[in-house]
Design a binder for this molecule. Structure first.
Ligand SMILES: Nc1ncnc2c1ncn2[C@@H]1O[C@H](COP(=O)(O)OP(=O)(O)OP(=O)(O)O)[C@@H](O)[C@H]1O
Ligand SMILES: [Mg+2]
Length: 237
């Protein structure tokens, strides 16, 4: 087996990186793929969105890399999470990340990395990723940030840009069209925007995923995520 690494990245906070990571990871695991979530964010918010039980841990990614002692949390069937202890990273740790990822690729079909807006170790994750997914919010600051990010990492690795927390206002529609224009002649997937919904707020509060609901609002959001999942699976077959 050689798993694929997918990093969910943008340069702005609160746009939905962790939410999107959780939905894609659970969606892939439901297709009977073995999925591991890693994070460069020692807040470990994945716990907040996916785990109802006890989230105490001592040994995370750092202990795993230095002593193979990481505590892997099973979040759902086929879905695992290795948290991060803190954000002080020695050069040895950073140097060992690629080897660790190579080892995990033999065990997991997909490794999803939930990142944070600014952090050097993300460069290591980005370099070692097969694909990058960028959450977007339709305002000027975020769109500018995304254009810069595309410039930095190049279009080749970017699998999708996902607009999240969308409200159909005049301004947001304007930026949505702008983004569409930028992506027109690329292979970057641009699914229907995910709306800002109180349903999603509640869902996250209850530590559930979009795949655990079947109401109309959920179905719409599922469609956007399924488009990405289908694309990931297609590339991998
Ligand atoms: N589509 C949505 N509708 C409603 N609320 C949302 C939606 N997406 C995200 N949220 C809420 O927005 C907040 C930020 O989401 P999330 O934690 O996924 O962002 P993030 O990019 O990971 O943030 P950070 O940069 O802090 O890691 C959360 O409180 C989450 O519940
Ligand atoms: Mg987050």
């Amino acid at each position: 087996m050689s798993g694929r690494i997918i990093t969910i990245k943008n340069n702005k906070g609160g746009v939905g990186k962790t939410f999107i990571t959780a939905q894609l990871a659970h969606g892939l695991s439901l297709l009977e793929k073995k999925v591991l979530i890693l994070t460069s964010d020692s807040q470990n918010n994945i716990f907040n969105y996916l785990l109802k039980g006890n989230k105490d841990f001592e040994n995370g990614l750092k202990a795993e890399i230095s002593k193979r002692k990481g505590e892997y949390f099973r979040l759902r069937e086929n879905l695992y999470f290795l948290p991060l202890e803190n954000s002080s990273f020695g050069s040895q740790f950073i140097k060992e990340i690629p080897n660790y990822l190579e080892r995990m690729k033999k065990e997991y079909d997909y490794i999803l990395i939930d990142s944070i807006p600014t952090l050097k170790i993300d460069n290591i994750f980005l370099e070692n990723s097969d694909y990058i997914i960028i959450p977007a919010f339709c305002d000027e600051v975020t769109i500018e940030g995304i254009l810069n990010l595309i410039g930095e990492i190049g279009k080749e690795k970017i699998l999708s840009i996902v607009v999240n927390k969308f409200k159909s206002t005049e301004i947001q529609n304007y930026f949505l069209e702008q983004l569409k224009g930028v992506l027109e002649n690329t292979t970057i997937l641009f699914p229907d925007p995910i709306k800002q919904l109180s349903f999603i707020e509640k869902m996250l509060y209850n530590k559930k995923t979009i795949w655990e609901y079947s109401n109309k609002e959920a179905t719409q959001v599922q469609e956007s995520f399924y488009e990405i999942i289908k694309n990931i699976e297609m590339k991998n077959n």
